[in-house]
Design a protein around this ligand. Structure first.
Ligand code: FES
Length: 126
């Protein structure tokens, strides 16, 4: 159990550890990201949380970054380490890994992630 002081935190990563993401190296991605954060001594700046399914299983392993509003897809331990170094510490998001970016008030698909299904369309199908 822990209660962290988040007053120095600039980024919060939600690392999906749902079933599909765990089958796509979710645990290894989590450990690689946390090891890179530790190695860069960036624990106060970057907070991480393991989550259950984020609803984007075709993009497994999924990592989202807040408050940036970026959804990363197909993450591996190596791209996880790059995410910490390049995006979070140098301000250069990994464009090739992005499925969505928050622009103009909504999550905008980059075109490289799975298309997915609108919830309203799924509801209409019954
Ligand atoms: S298990 Fe990760 S998005 Fe579904």
């Amino acid at each position: 159990m822990a209660t962290w002081d988040l007053s120095e935190t600039r980024h919060h990563l939600l690392i999906c550890n749902g079933g599909s993401c765990l089958r796509s190296q979710g645990d290894e991605v989590t450990l690689a990201i946390r090891a890179e954060i530790a190695s860069q001594q960036a624990e106060d700046r970057i907070h991480t949380t393991r989550t259950k399914c984020n609803g984007r299983c075709e993009d497994a392993c999924v990592v989202t970054v807040y408050p940036d509003g970026i959804w990363y897809k197909n993450m591996t331990p190596e791209t996880g380490r790059r995410l910490v170094r390049e995006h979070l510490l140098q301000g250069k998001p990994l464009c090739d890994q992005m499925a969505y970016a928050f622009r103009d008030g909504r999550f905008t698909p980059t075109g490289s992630g799975a298309q997915g299904v609108l919830r309203s369309a799924e509801r209409a199908r019954g």
